[in-house]
Design a protein around this ligand. Structure first.
Ligand SMILES: [Cu+2]
Length: 337
């Protein structure tokens, strides 16, 4: 049992995104396949606090954090392998009930405020998953209680599922959007009654800080510099992107430079992957898996083999913040080096 943190002790964070142990110095997810299944132990602390956005607004969040002193939104990325036994301990440091759910895999049930629970499950289907708090849906998920979970095929380091198109590096792109008044309602224990009106749009918990903006280039704050989000590769590389939508808004994910290969929709394997520029991402837990091929951009003239290209969403409001600031939404960079 843990004592609930009182509301007086709210921590304030300038940005989300604490790199996890799974991430190397470049931010890439590194993975070494194993011949044998393993037991994976992970502890999440459900914490709360405020994150300051570009216009100075402090917005209330909850997160699946690696310790009691931090607030991590989205929660730490997890990568496991088919056949593994996963033990997840949730320490709920808050006064409210929460849960841990992976659709089709596990549901912890209610974890009352101030208590902890360990859930054990085995994973048998390679793919990408959103873990989230399923209680008070969708509010607990929207205010930050979500994260990415990947199951690698047994013995493989370069496939989404056995026999899939191959990749060299892999990333999570977890999208969300933020209606501060809803977050404040949740903080006060109220059910939101106002129309959903998101004012901030995030990628892996961060928004863009374009050139000239405060904290431009700071990987702890700027999604255009966050190594968890920025695609980096050389001609011939291929990046798997596990795209998860924790938010409610449908999106259109557009990678510049090259088309992406669209491998799955909601975990369903597409038999004949399309090569496409814009990918529809359903709202309310939509998910797709994509491969970005680092090829010479076919439309460039004169021809180029290096360059910097954006990934942005084609819903225009998702590129804004606080109702105005343009280019401060869900955006990142792609470097062909
Ligand atoms: Cu575009």
């Amino acid at each position: 049992m843990k004592k609930a943190i009182t509301r007086r002790n709210f921590l304030k964070f300038s940005g989300a995104g604490i790199a996890s142990a799974l991430l190397g110095s470049t931010g890439l997810i590194s993975w070494t396949p194993r011949a044998e299944a393993a037991t994976i132990n992970q502890t999440f602390y459900i914490t709360e606090g405020f994150i300051t956005h570009i216009d100075g607004t402090d917005v209330y969040y909850r997160g699946f954090s690696p310790d009691t002193a931090s607030l991590t939104v989205p929660g730490t990325q997890m990568v496991v392998q088919e056949g593994d036994t996963v033990n997840i301990t949730i320490e709920n440091t808050l006064g409210t009930d929460h849960s841990f759910v992976i659709d089709g895999v596990v549901d912890s049930g209610i974890i009352p405020g101030g208590s902890s629970k360990t859930i054990s499950f085995t994973v048998d289907k390679a793919g990408s998953y959103l873990y989230y708090d399923g209680l008070n849906a969708p509010y607990n998920r929207l205010v930050g209680l979500h994260g990415g979970f990947a199951v690698m095929p047994k013995g493989s380091s370069d496939e989404l599922y056995l026999g899939s198109p191959k990749f060299v590096q892999q990333y999570f792109w977890v999208f969300n959007e933020v209606d501060p008044s809803w977050h404040d309602d949740i903080r006060r224990g109220r059910t939101p009654r106002t129309a959903y009106s998101p004012r901030y749009f995030t990628l892996n918990g961060l928004s863009g800080r374009p050139p000239g903006a405060v904290s431009n280039g700071d990987p702890a704050v700027d999604s255009m510099a966050d190594p968890r989000s920025v695609l980096r590769g050389s001609i011939g590389d291929r990046a798997l992107i596990r795209v998860l939508n924790a938010g409610l808004c449908q999106q259109s994910v557009h990678c510049h430079g090259n088309h992406v290969e669209w491998l799955t929709d909601h975990g369903r394997i597409l038999p004949d992957p399309w090569s496409k520029d814009c990918i529809y991402l359903e709202g309310d837990k939509g998910q797709v898996d994509l491969i970005y091929p680092f090829e010479a951009p076919p439309d460039a003239y004169p021809p180029v083999t290096t360059g910097k290209y954006p990934m942005h969403l084609h819903t225009e409001m998702s590129q804004t913040a606080a109702g105005g600031y343009y280019m401060f939404g869900s955006i990142t960079e792609i470097f062909i080096e």
